[in-house]
Design a protein around this ligand. Structure first.
Ligand code: SF4
Ligand code: SF4
Length: 469
């Protein structure tokens, strides 16, 4: 009986190791295929030893027993967390003040031209920010000179620039106030919400959710000036419309895998174009049904989209400040449409990210600018969270001329939603032991260091065949 059990476990374990190696090889992982192959060889070796050397059987039986016990423990469901369904309310610990858009590093670089009135006004209030911002501006702003790390490889840089032009075209059409002429359609909020999400997906969104807008996530004053509307700089931003349709667009894993090289910025730029297109159409559709609407994309933001996405049930907040979705992890870009059309909100999600991040430091360890904290959460503006240092992060962007995205690429939740990864996510969702042990296991199998992966030939930044002569 014992030899039969040992041989069976060895065969199943060995086959699983081989399958894992194959999957990891297809995913272009460097280290994981070897981990899978080594596990498979160990299982097959243990099987052969237990067959040929009866004296070793009880030792091998004991080791297998411990392994099977560990697997069984992973299936013990974690008790439900008391604050789980609360969305952003989960991390609120005090009064929240609306964030001033003028303080965003991008706004300071783009919308404070030296010598202008906004420049004088802003730096008389924050003199300590002037020299750092001036240095950043002299390097070309937070993204610096695009594609610097790839020596400005023109085919990729020109693709990026082309994509970045799209939100500029859509930007002036972002806001569609109700003109008072059309009677709003009398729609059932549940039915309308379902129809809107389907249409958003049809237009190209990969995830869509709906929430009631918490006005605390809206910016307090206008700080980004994209279309020469200088009279708006510093003006209070009105309370946002009461409902939001939040969409997420997946970032391609292969291109994010090239981080911090140009393919990753290309993927961001492409998605900014896609998000502007989808949200502008949705806003115009809502307006056509008699409601006010505003598209929220990279050339028109009234509010911070990460908390909005959490409240709309799209995911949870990770250590590095990005949203982590169940299906794509942090490999998404977020957009929204705010509206006064009554819509049934979605429930916030809880699949164990918060407690997984407490045990995982992968992004903090890999961040080249040390912008992600490795310690505990702190309280920032009434919210308990890990506080990343945006200025350090953007200074690294300027060094490489891309949006870096190493933290996004290395996060275990970034892996494809299939096979072993899907199984691991199910365990993380349900098991406290999985959340506590998988980060260390992940480091053992995949390693802690980031290595950019090979990209498809059409976007290969090392490819010189395009240049003749
Ligand atoms: S984008 Fe890069 S520099 Fe910024 S936090 Fe992530 S890893 Fe760090
Ligand atoms: S890398 Fe780890 S700590 Fe960082 S966000 Fe992802 S799961 Fe959380």
């Amino acid at each position: 009986m014992v030899p039969f059990v040992l041989i069976s476990v060895s065969l199943v374990g060995g086959a699983t190791g081989l399958l894992f190696a194959l999957e990891s090889f297809r995913e272009k992982e460097r280290r994981a295929p070897w981990a899978g192959l080594s596990a498979a060889m160990l299982f097959f070796l243990a099987g052969m030893l237990s067959w040929g050397f009866p004296a070793l059987r009880w030792g091998i039986f004991f080791i297998y027993g411990v392994g099977i016990l560990f697997l069984a423990v992973l299936f013990i469901p974690a008790p439900p967390r008391s604050k789980a369904p609360a969305g952003t309310a989960r991390c609120r610990v005090g009064a929240i003040h609306r964030f001033d858009e003028r303080d965003i590093v991008f706004a300071r670089n783009r919308s404070l031209p030296p010598g202008s009135d906004p420049y004088r006004l802003y730096y008389s209030k924050y003199p300590e920010r002037e020299s750092g911002d001036a240095l950043r501006r002299s390097k070309g702003g937070p993204v610096g000179s695009i594609g610097l790390i790839d020596k400005g490889f023109r085919p990729n840089v020109a693709m990026i620039e082309a994509c970045f032009e799209m939100p500029v075209i859509f930007g002036p059409h972002a806001v569609k106030p109700h003109d008072g002429k059309r009677v709003p359609e009398n729609l059932d909020p549940v039915h309308a919400a379902a129809r809107i999400k389907e249409f958003a997906v049809h237009l190209g969104a990969d995830l869509a959710g709906i929430c009631r807008v918490n006005p605390e996530w809206a910016y307090s004053h206008r700080g980004e000036i994209f279309f020469d509307n200088w009279k708006d700089w510093g003006k209070p931003i009105p309370e946002p419309l009461p409902f939001a349709v939040v969409i997420a667009v997946e970032m391609d894993r292969e291109l994010v895998g090239a981080a911090p090289h140009t393919p990753t910025l290309l993927e961001s730029a492409k998605n900014y174009a896609k998000g502007a297109y989808i949200t502008t159409i949705l806003a115009r559709w809502f307006s056509g049904m008699g409601f006010s609407a505003a598209a929220q994309h990279s050339r028109h933001y009234d509010l911070n989209l990460v908390p909005l996405a959490i409240d709309a049930g799209l995911g949870e907040l990770g250590r590095f400040g990005f949203l982590i979705t169940d299906r794509f992890g942090p490999r998404v870009r977020l957009f929204a449409v705010t509206t006064d059309m009554p819509l049934a909100p979605d429930a916030p999600a809880d699949f164990g990210v918060d407690s997984f991040c407490r045990h995982c430091l992968k992004c903090a360890d890999a961040c080249p600018s040390r912008a992600i904290p490795a310690g505990k959460k702190t309280i920032v503006n009434g919210i308990e969270k890990w506080r990343i240092d945006p200025e350090r992060c953007f200074d690294f962007w300027a060094k490489v001329g891309t949006d870096c995205s190493i933290c996004m690429g290395i996060c275990p939740f970034s892996r494809p939603h299939r096979g072993f990864h899907r199984l691991a996510r199910r365990m993380i969702r349900h098991s406290r032991v999985a959340r506590a042990t998988f980060p260390a296991l992940d480091n053992g199998i995949y390693g802690k260091r980031w290595h950019p992966r090979k990209v498809p030939a059409w976007v290969d930044y090392r490819d010189c065949t395009l240049r003749s002569g």
